[in-house]
Design a protein around this ligand. Structure first.
Ligand SMILES: [Zn+2]
Length: 155
């Protein structure tokens, strides 16, 4: 019997049903876990980081058993992991793949950069219009100030 090459994806074990989030930049892995609120999730979660990726250098991967994500949850990840792919697994097989896309509107997940903004003083959820998807510039719906990528603080 010949020895088979170990399959790369088995660096982190397979799941029967659930979601695999692949091609996350290694530095963003824990941010993605946080944005998806996976710290409170009770089913099995497997993750790996600093895995070799031909396309992206070092990548992270997350496998969440028994969970599928809504489009809005998938897209909010685009802010921290623009290269991520969501893969729906059913019965150990790839059922569907979705690439993240930066949405036109961002709700709640980012703080407004302007210290005087009402969202930083009252219990009002932040809301932004994305005015530049490439360089990531978010315009606040309340104070109209622009929060840029380097100033982004996640709630
Ligand atoms: Zn604001």
């Amino acid at each position: 019997m010949e020895t088979k090459e170990p399959r790369k994806e088995l660096q982190v074990s397979a799941i029967e049903n659930g979601t695999v989030i692949d091609h996350i930049a290694a530095k963003s892995l824990f941010q993605v876990l946080k944005l998806l609120h996976l710290e409170n999730y009770e089913n099995q979660i497997l993750f790996g980081t600093n895995l070799d990726s031909k396309k992206y250098g070092k990548k992270g991967i997350i496998k969440v058993a028994g969970k599928y994500f809504k489009m809005e949850e998938i897209n909010k990840i685009a802010l921290v992991a623009p290269t991520a792919t969501f893969i729906v697994i059913k019965d150990y097989h790839v059922h569907e793949k979705t690439k993240v896309e930066i949405p036109d509107e961002i709700y709640q997940i980012v703080k407004c950069f302007n210290p005087n903004c009402i969202t930083n003083h009252e219990r009002i959820p932040t809301r932004f219009h994305v005015i530049d998807k490439k360089d990531l510039k978010l315009q606040c719906r309340y104070c109209e100030k622009i929060t840029e990528r380097e100033d982004m603080v996640f709630i």
